[in-house]
Design a protein around this ligand. Structure first.
Ligand code: PEP
Ligand code: MN
Length: 333
């Protein structure tokens, strides 16, 4: 249950009530709110003098629910790049899977500048399935990303793989990416909650939509309101493609949650041949953002080589999104 306390209730009193009700205590629009387990369906009358209003929930999708905020939260990605709220924006994020060298990441940064894409992506700590493959450049990669931000005025998004480099990621990234394999890592989620930087939370490929949104609740209930959900494909019985992009799940998220929804078709299909068509399908769903992997020479990429678009393919895709965005009332930023 989310209980909004009266404006007159101070922090100490709100905290005391939080302990009594086993609730998270947050401040929102000038008053304190308590987020209790959903088993609580009614506020005891002894608290009546302190309570302004309350919302019961059927499950633990609470802070992320449209029952709490009937709309989409606005998330500011910096430099006035905003998604959600009343913006109607679809933010495009692109760059390689991994940062591999200064030359490679700089070429990607220059592609962004040329097309007007404002957010550069690349992983420096890679959550690889095998220990014998490229694990990322680590902090050196973060520094190269930061260099691109400073040189080209881009915002950078990079992934946190585990809690050992939480501090570095929070320090360097403009947007923190929590990857599919890290979605259940509560150390990471709680660490992100303590930062006020925007977080792109990817759906675990074996997670239900319920579990996915509950992972977002860990960040929201810890005090960070800047959360975006990212659908990147789930594992099904199908083996011809890498994963299956769950657009039904996306429709659910749009209908029932108040968080911006970003789509990542690259990791979903796993093969470059389908990325452009899928991205256009996502655009047609009027989503808040698109994340597409690009590489100056995908054939030699150190990770996810088969799915990355070359710059010509991405440029053609980017141009083709414009009329679709217009048709569904979205602004590509
Ligand atoms: C990535 O974005 O490169 C990545 C590893 O994504 P995911 O966590 O969705 O697999
Ligand atoms: Mn990748």
């Amino acid at each position: 249950m989310i209980i909004r306390l009266k404006n007159s209730v101070g922090k100490d009193e709100a905290d005391k009530l939080g302990v009594e009700l086993k609730a998270f205590v947050l401040k929102q629009n000038g008053s304190h709110i308590l987020v209790t387990p959903n088993a609580l369906k009614e506020v005891d009358s002894k608290y009546a003098a302190l309570v302004d209003s309350s919302i019961p929930f059927a499950d633990d999708i609470q802070l992320a629910s449209k029952k709490f905020i009937n709309g989409v939260r606005e998330v500011n990605l910096g430099n006035n790049i905003k998604v959600g709220g009343t913006t109607n924006n679809t933010v495009v994020i692109t760059g390689p899977c991994s940062v591999e060298s200064r030359e490679q990441i700089e070429q990607a940064a220059q592609l962004c500048v040329k097309l007007g894409v404002k957010i550069l992506r690349a992983g420096a700590f890679k959550p690889r399935t095998s220990p014998y493959t490229f694990q990322g450049m680590g902090v050196e990669g973060l520094k190269l990303m930061a260099e691109m931000r400073d040189k080209y005025g881009l915002k950078i998004i990079t992934e946190i793989r585990d809690s050992t480099h939480l501090t570095e990621i929070i320090e360097y990234a403009d947007i923190i990416q929590v990857g599919a394999k890290a979605m259940y890592d509560h150390g990471i989620l709680k660490g992100c909650a303590k930062s006020n930087k925007p977080v792109l939370l990817k759906r675990g490929f074996g997670s239900t939509v319920q579990e996915f949104v509950q992972a977002a609740e860990f960040i929201l209930s810890g005090g960070n309101e800047n959360v975006m959900l990212c659908e990147r494909g789930i594992r099904t019985f199908e083996t011809k493609t890498r994963f299956t992009l769950d657009l039904c799940g996306v429709a659910y998220l749009k209908e029932y949650t108040n968080l911006p929804v970003i789509l990542d078709p690259s990791h979903a299909i796993g093969y470059a041949y389908g990325v452009a068509d899928l991205t256009r399908a996502c655009m047609a769903m009027g989503v808040d953002g698109l994340l597409v992997e690009t590489h100056p020479n995908p054939a030699v990429a150190k990770s996810d080589a088969s799915q990355q678009l070359n710059f010509e393919q991405f440029t053609n895709l980017y141009e083709s999104l414009k009329p679709i965005a217009k048709a569904v009332g979205k602004n590509i930023i």
